[in-house]
Design a protein around this ligand. Structure first.
Ligand SMILES: Cc1cc2nc3c(=O)[nH]c(=O)nc-3n(C[C@H](O)[C@H](O)[C@H](O)COP(=O)(O)O)c2cc1C
Length: 643
């Protein structure tokens, strides 16, 4: 690899790479992120390589194993350039046809196309698929077009031009000014302005300073940071180097959880490549500025993502939070000024420096500029990673991009902000998503988890689930969080099991107040949110559980019962055969009855009862109707249905 000694050499080298590329040459990009690897993209890649050789196209077609394309539930995904033909859920067996028909004969293979679940139309090009069409993919967009293991791919799309720009005459103060002007807010949690944080470190009177990438990503279901590190590691490195230059740091860390092996592999390789090209190490691009980056693998505790816990872990101790009397940008890692930013925050920096703060601030709302990547999961038709401009409505994310709620169910709420976030109800679907609006609605942006819930979701159980998660993840160092959450978990569990008492809501409120006020770190300080936000919007559900022992969503196992409507049962024996605990009594011409003592409420009978009968009923808060007397259980000849 060639070491580049000045911004001019970098630009010349970039032009050289671009001139050697043939934009019209067919190129197959295949999503090779963790999610697509789990659904078989490695086998597909091997088959593509084999088939290209077999069909004599070795130097006529490029293959690029890219990072995550975002539409994870449809993987493995192939996009064929330059046409942009997109095929989903590819299996190795599809590959010979793709090469012989689409690559050689330019024919589209109909059955591999995406079918829009709303219009039922087949869509050929990635850019026309509603999931992609309605996004603004500034940070995440390159993931699908570059090989993350190739620094030249990153250079070919303009990578490291921001680095070249700062070393072509931007002072650290000017860089800082630009980041402040962009009003970039941290994408990992609280939305603190990055420029302000950097400024605090820059002006702190200490020669040793650090910059850190927070890639701990502990929120269940969130994987934005993993996908960025796996799919575009150089963008994060470039941002980090620019930040280091701005504050005067010569050492940086990538704190990444060890459960992300591909992210660790790709960022480690990216560091080696950047060092070889002179983008890291001593005298970067001949500027006289030195900066080195070390990868640190975290053990994967949720609390280790908290800033002081993360720094304690980097220092070689147990990753637990410590009191923050002075902000860590002034006294952080080893008590030195330290800028900690999230992966996505760092990945925004090269764009801001390269295109300017004025370009960046066109996107977003008054108080929240740019875009945000969300992991859109739960009861939603299109699950995956989506990048949207700040200010887009929840409705647009859920319906235009997410394709709405599957199975004809009704939307109930969306949970944002990770485990200590909150649930936003249907009446706020027009809410414009940004840091301040989400906080106002009792939730938060967090790092970008977005879990959609339908009418079958019990909001009390949702609160119980997240409080239980946080109880488990509390490090136990401070009492309010350790004991307070344990009590909240117990009370919420009791409520969902039909053992709730008058006064429980008030007790939970009191506990919440104390935990928020007295906990050491933001884990405890925000932990009661799932309870408080569900209480704010779904108080009636809490009351139904406590007063009527009823779960309105028919979800809490201890509060529901199944029974078979004797007028509808046709004695088809399907539920009887499928019941895993033999709780159903009946016969070929004998109306079935569920033995309530044996029934475990697994719901199998409801699932398997043919819709033309719909004989199995799920109820809550009312007694199970008395069983039909034995003599009335025989179905007359001709009325029983064939099994
Ligand atoms: C319990 C807990 C876990 C956290 N986990 C993460 C995480 O996984 N990734 C992250 O970027 N920030 C996480 N944060 C937020 C960080 O403490 C910190 O605010 C953030 O990394 C700062 O970067 P930003 O300003 O770019 O958002 C967590 C905070 C808490 C309280």
């Amino acid at each position: 690899m060639k070491r580049l000694n000045s911004p001019e050499e970098l630009e010349k080298f970039r032009q050289d790479i671009i001139s050697k590329r043939a934009p019209d040459k067919p190129c197959i990009t295949l999503c090779s992120g963790s999610a697509c690897q789990a659904t078989g993209s490695r086998d597909v890649a091997a088959r593509i390589e084999e088939e290209i050789k077999k069909q004599g196209l070795s130097d006529k077609v490029d293959i690029r194993k890219t990072g995550c394309h975002g539409f994870c539930e449809q993987g493995p995904i192939i996009v064929i350039h330059p046409e942009g033909i997109c095929y989903f859920r590819i299996k190795p067996g599809d590959v010979p046809g793709i090469i012989s028909q689409t690559i050689k004969e330019k024919k589209v293979i109909e059955h591999l196309l995406y079918i829009d679940p709303v219009t039922k139309k087949k869509i050929v090009h990635e850019s026309e698929i509603p999931f992609y069409k309605n996004q603004e993919r500034l940070v995440f967009g390159s993931n699908g077009s570059i090989d993350p293991r190739s620094i030249d791919d990153y250079l070919a799309i303009g990578g490291y031009s921001a680095l070249g720009k700062i070393f072509s005459g931007m002072t650290p103060e000017k860089v800082l000014e630009e980041v402040k002007k962009s009003n970039l807010r941290g994408r990992g949690g609280g939305g603190f302005p990055a420029g302000k944080k950097w400024e605090g470190s820059r002006s702190a009177p200490d020669d040793t300073k650090y910059v850190i990438v927070n890639a701990d990503e502990g929120d269940p279901g969130a994987y934005m940071d993993r996908s960025l590190l796996e799919g575009n590691p150089h963008s994060v490195l470039e941002g980090l180097t620019i930040g280091a230059y701005a504050i005067g740091s010569h050492e940086g860390y990538i704190y990444v959880r060890q459960e992300y092996p591909l992210a660790v592999e790709n960022i480690t390789l990216a560091i080696k490549q950047a060092e070889a090209y002179g983008f890291l190490g001593e005298n970067i691009l001949g500027s006289g500025f030195d900066f080195n980056v070390i990868v640190h693998q975290g053990a994967g505790a949720f609390v280790s993502g908290e800033s002081t816990a993360l720094m304690t872990a980097l220092e070689g101790r147990v990753g637990e939070p410590r009191p923050k009397y002075i902000r860590s940008n002034v006294k952080g890692l080893w008590n030195k000024p330290t800028v900690l930013n999230n992966v996505e925050t760092w990945a925004n920096v090269p764009l801001i420096i390269d295109k300017g703060a004025d370009w960046f601030t066109q996107f977003g709302t008054e108080g929240s500029k740019g875009t945000k990547i969300f992991s859109l999961v739960g009861k939603i038709t299109n699950t995956g990673l989506v990048e949207v401009p700040m200010g887009i409505t929840l409705k647009d994310i859920i319906y235009k991009i997410g394709g709405g709620i599957p199975g004809g169910k009704k939307f109930k709420a969306v949970q944002t902000g990770g485990p200590s976030g909150g649930c936003i109800p249907e009446e706020l679907l027009d809410l414009e998503v940004d840091f301040d609006q989400l906080t106002k609605a009792g939730s938060m942006m967090g790092s970008g988890g977005m879990i959609v819930m339908d009418e079958d979701t019990c909001m009390v159980d949702v609160a119980r689930y997240f409080i239980h998660f946080l109880t488990d993840e509390s490090c136990g160092k401070c009492l309010p969080c350790r004991e307070g959450l344990r009590q909240m978990d117990k009370i919420l569990t009791n409520i969902t099991e039909g053992k709730g008492k008058e006064g429980d809501i008030e007790l939970l409120e009191e506990l919440s107040e104390t935990i928020i006020a007295a906990s050491l770190c933001a884990l405890g300080q925000s932990a009661p949110n799932p309870f408080l936000s569900t209480l704010r919007y779904f108080r009636d559900e809490y009351e139904a559980h406590i007063k009527d022992k009823r779960c309105p969503a028919l979800s809490c196992n201890e509060l529901i019962s199944y029974y078979i409507d004797p007028d509808k049962c046709r004695a088809c024996m399907i539920c009887l055969k499928k019941c895993p605990v033999d709780a159903i009594d009946g016969g070929k011409k004998k109306i079935h009855i569920i033995d309530q003592e044996k029934c475990t409420n697994c719901g199998t009978c409801l699932e398997v009862c043919p819709s033309r009968f719909s004989a199995v009923k799920k109820i809550s808060g009312e007694p199970v109707p008395a069983a039909v007397p034995e003599e009335k259980r025989i179905i007359e000849k001709g009325t029983a249905s064939p099994a």
